[in-house]
Design a protein around this ligand. Structure first.
Ligand SMILES: *[C@@H]1O[C@H](CO)[C@@H](O)[C@H](O)[C@H]1NC(C)=O
Ligand SMILES: *[C@@H]1O[C@H](CO)[C@@H](O)[C@H](O)[C@H]1NC(C)=O
Ligand SMILES: *[C@@H]1O[C@H](CO)[C@@H](O)[C@H](O)[C@H]1NC(C)=O
Ligand SMILES: *[C@@H]1O[C@H](CO)[C@@H](O)[C@H](O)[C@H]1NC(C)=O
Ligand SMILES: *[C@@H]1O[C@H](CO)[C@@H](O)[C@H](O)[C@H]1NC(C)=O
Ligand SMILES: *[C@@H]1O[C@H](CO)[C@@H](O)[C@H](O)[C@H]1NC(C)=O
Length: 798
């Protein structure tokens, strides 16, 4: 649907607003008042903007390298000495002594406690001279195309605004129109809370420009990030002037604007930076808004349209209401099925808008807020928190057919790799690479924030490298496996081969922790009764290590690496020394080396269930005993007020989907709407602060109800909540082996599916709870060798 069709739709009937498609559009009858409660996000991967839609418009603009700078070497000075001492203390039962030592000696000094922070460019403020009452007001975001708009009638004149973020042109753009000749005027300027270096308006050849230069705020001789941005205004036939830092346009009918911002991170020489902005904006002005717009939407729809879900219609016109009313309704009423479809689409839009491979040397992945933030220092620094949040951002990339949006994550790893090698050497005396629980723009791998229940965690690289092997499993891209994934796996494995130490015959980690959980130190240890997070031999560490070494061996096998290769031989040996999963007295998965009592029974992290999701070891199809124990553990968390942040609650959707418990997964999705989303359907930590991870976890969790492929089979409808969504379709979902599946179900049961084989991999199939099916009309009896490019039709065997 294009903008004109939207307007037509909105103006149907006698002046009253007709509803927009409630599965596709966020829309509102009033501007956003607060940033987190409905300002609408657009982005091209590198730049983002949030749009309030006010009569005095505000666009908050972001660029993914506007962070504080420069790189800080935060390597703890006496860390290596403390490592062995700390291990002794933990093994001797002096948990608090060990923990104190780690916090003091294995963390950076107080002055370098924290990493760098994500910031923002500034606000573009546009006054149209409109105030008071307007009629027919509506603003919207199209989650299937990526554009946004505003329209209203003021003083008898209709005004429209449309906003786009262009990946091909690498800029933001907008068009403002009035249906009265010459009826549009504006004053526009840029503002920022701090560290403005230059802020001017100018006019040349009838084109007005705002130029803004800012700094990340560190003293000039200490390497701040410097950034610059321009906004160009085209208003044919209008009066265009500039005064100080304001562009003034009078008597226009159409005003087109083009925005770019760049930083010294990518352009250390300010001449190159200015030239880059100039070139991009000149090209865009030349092409004109309509061409730029069509190219932008062509690009974004090509990605967004690859996959879709249709899980039924909401009753009683619930989906026809503006989005804020629907969200308020969903706090107490679960009937608005299409709100799930809308949030699913929004997650994909946000991923496509905040994480793109531009083929630059380094593209940055989606951070804790994607690419949207309106503070000089984003909440939690807007970092790459890799003890769950960054990984969660990429769960929908794999299952919803947006594999290339994951590639910036590998760029960040490319930056982090050598820093991680240095950290492995200096803090642990080891070869290989490792990162702790956060990375920043500089890929700083040191422990951060002196946070007792999070900082000392050596598993960041090991978790992230799973995204590389999974990328291979989905794409079958052997060049990527050979040149990227395998060398990283080898280096991560090398670290563990050196870093782990013997305990009761196992090779274990420590000091480490189970992010970010705390247990009561048991009676037979010296600080009995105290809550402590750190110990040795953490269950999650064992699970992640097993995945690293399995992945290494899988990759070596695929690549034909010889059995006598040193890395392969060491991996085969090491994997036998990882302690198996332990099951506790309640039938639960043990989170620590012994059955410690956790301080908070409903803790938000599910670290010890990593092997259920995103891992595969605890799948009911792999090991029913472990799956059952994992179920006991999730239920315990749920029954003790777990899922206490938005991302945590959406992890639960994924966990229950992996247990094939669709109704429980659906329940978690409903609680997410009740407690954790704003009027803009943004995920929050606990109702207030935006964190994008939960939006992504929601989209992947809902997808995993319909298709899973982590347990060696392409599993169709593994967890369908058939009572609430009895009939529907899910199309274009992706599975390992580079299969794309279109699935339909009816009356709570599988109906049919089409599975396209993109690379000719073997297809092992499972439908629902092991239903008998036909594949191209013949009974399915076991793995089939597919042909590349061929679609296979799966039907019920009645
Ligand atoms: C202006 O907008 C209103 C409401 O959207 C619509 O009914 C009217 O037809 C529009 N007028 C023109 C001239 O487009
Ligand atoms: C960011 O959003 C908050 C909440 O709406 C608001 O109070 C604050 O002024 C905004 N900051 C900027 C720079 O726009
Ligand atoms: C625990 O270790 C700390 C640091 O070495 C030490 O000061 C303390 O006395 C130890 N506590 C016990 C009970 O041994
Ligand atoms: C622009 O600013 C001038 C000076 O403050 C004011 O007179 C004019 O009304 C403003 N125009 C708009 C469209 O807001
Ligand atoms: C399941 O896992 C447990 C614990 O690791 C193990 O003892 C058992 O052999 C596994 N069962 C199967 C069928 O692999
Ligand atoms: C599968 O393909 C057939 C033939 O093109 C089509 O009729 C059917 O609707 C497709 N099924 C799904 C679930 O998309």
């Amino acid at each position: 649907m294009n903008f004109c069709q939207v307007l037509t739709l909105l103006t149907l009937g006698t002046g009253s607003l007709a509803a927009l498609d409630g599965s596709r559009y966020l829309w509102y009858k009033q501007p956003a008042i607060e940033w987190e409660r409905g300002a609408l996000p657009i982005g091209n991967g590198r730049m983002g903007a949030t749009i309030y839609g006010s009569l005095n418009e505000v666009l908050t603009i972001n660029e993914d390298t506007i962070w504080s700078g420069p790189f800080q070497d935060r390597t703890p000075v006496n860390g290596l000495e403390a490592l062995h001492q700390a291990r002794e203390l933990f093994l001797n039962g002096n948990i608090t002594g060990g923990g104190d030592l780690v916090i003091d000696q294995m963390n950076p000094p107080a002055e370098a406690k924290s990493q760098r922070q994500f910031s923002y460019f500034g606000n573009l403020n546009i006054a149209f001279g409109h105030s008071g009452e307007v009629d027919n007001y509506v603003r919207w975001l199209d989650t299937r195309a990526g554009n946004s708009g505003v329209s209203y009638t003021y003083g008898g004149v209709n005004y429209t605004r449309e906003y786009i973020a262009s990946f091909p042109a690498d800029i933001l753009a907008a068009r403002f129109q009035s249906n009265q000749q010459g009826g549009l005027s504006l004053n526009a300027s840029i503002s920022r809370e701090a560290n403005t270096l230059e802020n001017v308006a100018s006019v040349e050849d009838g084109i007005a420009t705002l130029t803004y230069r800012g700094s990340s705020g560190q003293p000039a001789d200490q390497g701040p990030i410097l950034f610059s941005g321009q906004v160009r205004f085209l208003a044919v036939g209008a009066s265009v002037t500039a005064s100080k830092s304001t562009v003034i346009i009078k008597g226009a009918t159409t005003i087109d604007i083009f925005i770019d911002t760049e930083t010294s991170y990518r352009y250390p020489d300010s001449k190159d930076l200015d030239a880059e902005i100039d070139n991009k904006l000149a090209v865009a002005v030349d092409k004109g808004f309509e061409v730029v717009r069509d190219e932008a939407l062509g690009d974004s729809t090509a990605l967004l349209e690859r996959a879709s879900i249709n899980i039924g219609e909401s009753p009683n016109g619930l989906a026809d209401l503006p989005t804020d009313e629907r969200v308020r309704n969903a706090r107490t009423n679960r009937d608005d099925i299409e709100l799930t479809t809308l949030a699913w689409n929004l997650g994909r839009h946000m991923l496509v808008s905040s994480s793109r491979n531009t083929k630059a040397e380094i593209d940055f992945p989606a951070n804790l807020q994607g690419v949207w933030n309106n503070k000089t220092g984003a909440p939690w620094g807007g970092k790459y928190t890799i003890n769950i949040n960054t990984e969660m951002n990429y769960w929908p990339a794999m299952v919803t057919n947006l594999l290339e949006t994951q590639e910036p994550l590998f760029d960040l790893m490319k930056l982090a790799h050598p820093r991680g090698e240095q950290m492995a050497r200096d803090l642990y005396g080891c070869e290989g690479t490792m990162y702790h629980h956060n990375l920043d723009l500089w890929a700083d791998t040191a422990p951060t924030d002196k946070y007792r229940s999070a900082s000392m965690w050596p598993m960041g690289a090991a978790w992230l490298v799973q995204h590389m092997i999974e990328h291979y499993r989905y794409t079958g891209d052997r060049a990527f496996l050979e040149n990227t994934a395998y060398p990283y796996l080898v280096d991560v494995a090398k670290f563990f081969e050196c870093y782990t130490f013997e305990w009761e015959g196992w090779s274990i980690t420590g000091p480490s922790l189970s992010p970010e959980n705390i247990y009561f130190v048991p009676a037979d240890m010296s600080s009995a009764g105290v809550g402590e997070p750190m110990d040795v031999n953490i269950a999650m560490d064992d699970q992640i290590m097993r995945d690293v070494f399995r992945a290494l061996l899988e990759a070596a096998d695929e690549l034909g690496v010889s059995d006598t290769d040193a890395d392969v031989m060491k991996a085969k040996e090491f994997i036998t020394k990882i302690r198996p999963t332990q099951i506790g007295s309640l039938g639960q998965i043990l989170e620590w080396r012994s059955e410690y009592t956790e301080v908070v029974k409903g803790h938000r992290h599910f670290s010890h269930l990593y092997a259920l999701h995103p891992g595969s070891e605890f799948s009911p199809l792999n090991n029913e005993t472990l799956a059952h124990a994992a179920g006991v553990s999730v239920d315990r968390r749920r029954d003790n007020a777990g899922g206490s942040t938005g991302w945590s609650r959406t992890w639960m959707i994924n966990l229950y989907a992996r247990l094939h418990r669709g109704d429980d997964a659906w329940e978690m999705a409903q609680v997410w709407f009740e407690k954790f989303v704003t009027e803009g359907l943004w995920n929050t930590d606990s109702g207030n602060t935006f964190q994008i991870d939960g939006n992504m976890g929601f989209t992947s969790g809902i997808t995993e109800l319909f298709l899973q492929s982590h347990a060696g089979v392409l599993h169709i409808l593994p967890a369908l909540p058939g009572k609430v969504i009895p009939t529907g379709q899910a199309k274009g979902l992706t599975a390992r082996g580079n299969f794309v599946a279109d699935i339909e179900w009816e009356s709570g049961n599988f109906k049919s599916a089409n599975v396209t084989s993109n690379i000719g991999a073997d297809l092992k199939l499972r439908v629902a709870n092991g239903l008998q099916v036909l594949i191209d009309g013949k009974a399915y009896e076991g793995t089939i060798h597919t042909q590349k490019g061929v679609q296979y039709r799966i039907t019920t065997a009645e």
